[in-house]
Design a protein around this ligand. Structure first.
Ligand SMILES: [Zn+2]
Length: 292
């Protein structure tokens, strides 16, 4: 395989999000910017997204307004910044079923989607419970689950069971059961193709919101703090954080967390004409820079 080009594409943001919702226990410590984004991986004949945002012009709007999301832009606007259209996306790996990660299913008409089997089945389970248990549906939109089931019927949703090596050449998915959600997964890109990669990148979904989840605010004496939302177990989140950091060879810069507001300072980046960040994590030989 040849190396992939990798970009993180911001598609909206929450200007003031309580830090306590992102880093467990950080109560009364103010607000931070929370970017919403997806990761684009291009190479080896594939155009892959990790997560697909949501549709603010459709049912997703009620969630966007509830959480105070601003400056939402469609995938057509966002992908134009790297010279692509939504129709050119062939595959979307869904880290988990929250609206800001899976609400864009209908916006990618030619894509095949990949999600953990437990993630989709447990959301259906949660939908079936009595109303007083509805916290279990936090940040999930039933219409997204129904859309996912329709895609399964149409042969466009693949359910995975646990870790998968080389879902695409050099791209693995890793399972994090009962963590942020019932069946979250994260993506490891081994960009040199080696099993013991010297050039890995990890797409975290919401298993890591901020690098602070990896160092606890004391990089000189780091410790893991779980993200501020666990439908599953904080123990599992801590152990997953450890696995993620190890998969990134211990380098937090290689941990690609779209909700981390400081990602643009770690890689060549620019603001789009819509005022959204575009970060160029890796540029394959022969590929044109989108930030130069
Ligand atoms: Zn999220």
């Amino acid at each position: 395989m040849t190396p992939y080009s990798i970009w993180i594409l911001e598609y909206a943001f929450i200007p003031e999000c309580p830090l306590s919702s992102l880093v467990y226990g950080r109560h009364n410590q103010g607000t931070v910017k929370l970017p919403y984004g997806y990761v684009l991986i291009k190479g080896n004949g594939q155009t892959i997204l990790v997560d697909c945002g949501y549709d603010h012009e459709s049912v997703g709007r009620k969630f966007g307004e509830f959480y105070g999301v601003q400056n939402w832009r469609s995938p057509r606007d966002v992908l134009a910044e790297v010279g692509l259209t939504p129709e050119q996306i062939g595959h979307v790996i869904i880290t988990h079923a929250h609206f800001d990660h899976m609400g864009g299913l209908a916006l990618f008409p030619n894509a095949k989607f990949y999600i953990q089997e437990r993630e989709i089945s447990r959301w259906i389970w949660a939908m079936s419970l009595e109303r007083r248990l509805r916290w279990l549906m936090t940040a999930g939109d039933p219409s997204d689950i129904i859309k996912a089931v329709e895609l399964a019927r149409d042969g466009r949703l693949v359910t995975l069971k646990g870790d998968v090596e080389d879902l695409f050449p050099g791209i693995d998915v890793r399972y994090a059961e009962d963590s942020h959600t019932p069946g979250s997964q994260y993506v490891v890109i081994r960009n040199d193709g080696l099993r013991a990669s010297k050039d890995p990148y990890v797409c975290t979904g919401d298993l890591i919101y901020r690098h602070e989840n990896l160092h606890g605010g004391t990089p000189e004496d780091p410790y893991f703090i779980p993200v501020g939302l666990a439908i599953g177990s904080q123990v599992n989140l801590i152990m997953t954080a450890d696995s993620i950091l190890k998969a990134a060879n211990g380098d937090t810069k290689r941990v690609l967390a779209p909700h981390e507001e400081n990602m643009p300072s770690l890689y060549p980046s620019r603001k789009s004409r819509h005022g959204l960040q575009l970060m160029e994590v890796s540029l394959a030989p022969g590929e044109r820079s989108a930030v130069a």
